[in-house]
Design a protein around this ligand. Structure first.
Ligand code: PMP
Length: 435
């Protein structure tokens, strides 16, 4: 299943570049090697580019395709809905059905509001937190990604928590849009959070985190860290916000909060919720969400669009009814991939680690072992990982250069075998023949 030629993707990019900056519509897509791929179709665990190369897909639309491409239940629900209408500018019955499902599945959800993208739902959550507390500031963590709204681009690794210079933006954005309201804290460091809240707690509306730091390297919190964060928020009267855009429905039916047993005040959901149809949600405690009824403006032309909502209902129906078999299977397949990668890395003498969290893998090259902090992840080397991902693509596996892999319920044992054979060939190509 080698990918032989990329000339179609390359010439598409040249054409697109005449009229689209970088030739892509989300900047990271321009960096994939050997070429930013243009696709013609996808089904199940496989995706096909316009040169006719077929890949086992671990990009999964950047995460939403937890059920694989074109899950029949979702396709059927959408097809039926298309015949009835797309956007009403008013209510329809599937909206409350979806909110009821989310309340049933996600521990911290008692009330739910819909948006379209994860970034927007983060903005809604922070707005609700400010209104509920009457405070202005937000604490976020180094390496955690919460979308591309300006204030949330703050990152600032290395800056002393909340005391240093303006945090450095995480994705390309102007420094001054981050603003003084965002305090950046090291992750997995209870003392740093306690210190930061001791200084600023009275002004802090929300402490927002990825409960498993997926974008910060796929780092689980140390034992007790999330519970400590929960307690510190209570002590200082701030709201704990879990950004479960990636982990929601993926780590467990109720996301990371179900898996870790720590319940936030507000939760942001997106990606796997809609199986690729754009939809996001902010969910939370009734008492907190009540402010949205009175004081918080919440808007969006496409909020609750019927196609995305029925896609989400069909997705959650599959996950809820099939949970007893689907999640153990996702864990098994992801574990086999992680173990296989570790075995092959050892055989090739390659400093490659695969960190797991539910149906997610994050590869690191040359990082310290065990890998615990965001600083550890930054010590990893990106150039060999880019080379590795290029060879994976050449060997028929669509994998991002960041090393973040999404496993889906459509992946099979055969896919795992093909993937590990490709890993073997990729490692041989970049680290020389195996001993
Ligand atoms: N939060 C997290 C944890 C994410 O990973 C992302 C997207 N990768 C977002 C928020 C933003 O979501 P969207 O791209 O839908 O705006």
């Amino acid at each position: 299943m080698n990918a032989e030629s990329f000339t179609g993707s390359e010439s598409y990019l040249r054409r697109a570049h005449q009229v689209i900056p970088r030739g892509v519509n989300s900047s990271r897509r321009s960096v994939l090697r050997p070429a930013p791929l243009a696709f013609s179709g996808a089904r199940g665990s496989r995706i096909t580019d316009i040169d006719g190369n077929e890949y086992v897909d671990y990009v999964a639309g950047y995460g939403p395709m937890l059920l694989g491409h074109q899950p029949p239940e979702v396709v059927e629900a959408v097809r039926t809905q298309l015949a009835a209408g797309v956007l009403y500018g008013g209510q329809h019955e599937a909206e409350a059905e979806l909110a009821e499902r989310i309340v049933r599945m996600v521990p911290g959800a008692e009330r739910v509001l819909l948006n379209v993208t994860g970034s927007e739902a983060v903005q809604a959550a922070l707005r609700i937190a400010r209104a509920a507390t009457g405070r202005r500031k937000t604490v976020k963590f180094e390496g955690h990604y919460h979308g591309w709204i300006d204030p949330m681009t703050a990152n600032g690794p290395g800056s002393p928590a909340g005391t240093g210079p303006a945090p450095r933006p995480m994705i390309a954005a102007d420094h001054d849009v981050v603003g003084p309201e965002i305090l950046v804290c090291p992750w997995n460091d209870s003392e740093a959070l306690a210190g930061l809240l001791a200084r600023h707690g009275a002004d802090v509306a929300a402490v927002i985190m990825e409960p498993v730091a997926v974008n910060g390297g796929n780092l689980w919190a140390d034992d007790g860290y999330l519970a400590t964060a929960r307690r510190l928020c209570e002590r200082h009267g701030c709201l704990l916000v879990f950004d479960e855009v990636v982990t929601g429905f993926r780590l467990a039916p109720g996301g990371a909060q179900q898996r870790t047993g720590v319940t936030p005040d507000l939760t942001v959901l997106a990606k796997a919720l809609g199986s690729g149809f754009p939809i996001s949600a902010v969910a939370g405690r009734a008492e907190v969400m009540r402010v949205a009824e009175h004081t918080v403006g919440h808007a969006g032309t496409y909020n609750g669009n019927a196609v995305s909502v029925v896609a989400a209902n069909a997705t959650l129906d599959v996950l809820e009814t099939g949970q007893d078999s689907l999640y153990p299977r996702l864990d098994r397949l992801t574990g086999e991939l992680a173990d296989g990668i570790a075995r092959l890395a050892a055989r090739h003498g390659a400093p490659l680690q695969a960190l797991r969290a539910g149906a997610l893998l994050r590869l690191h090259w040359g990082a310290p072992e065990p890998l615990r902090t965001y600083a550890d992840t930054l010590a990893g080397r990106t150039a060999p990982l880019r080379d590795f991902s290029e060879h994976m693509v050449r060997n028929g596996v669509h994998a991002r250069e960041t090393g973040l892999w999404y496993v889906s319920t459509a992946h099979t044992d055969d896919d795992v075998d093909r993937t590990l054979a490709a890993v073997d060939r990729a490692l041989a190509a970049i680290s020389g023949p195996s001993a």
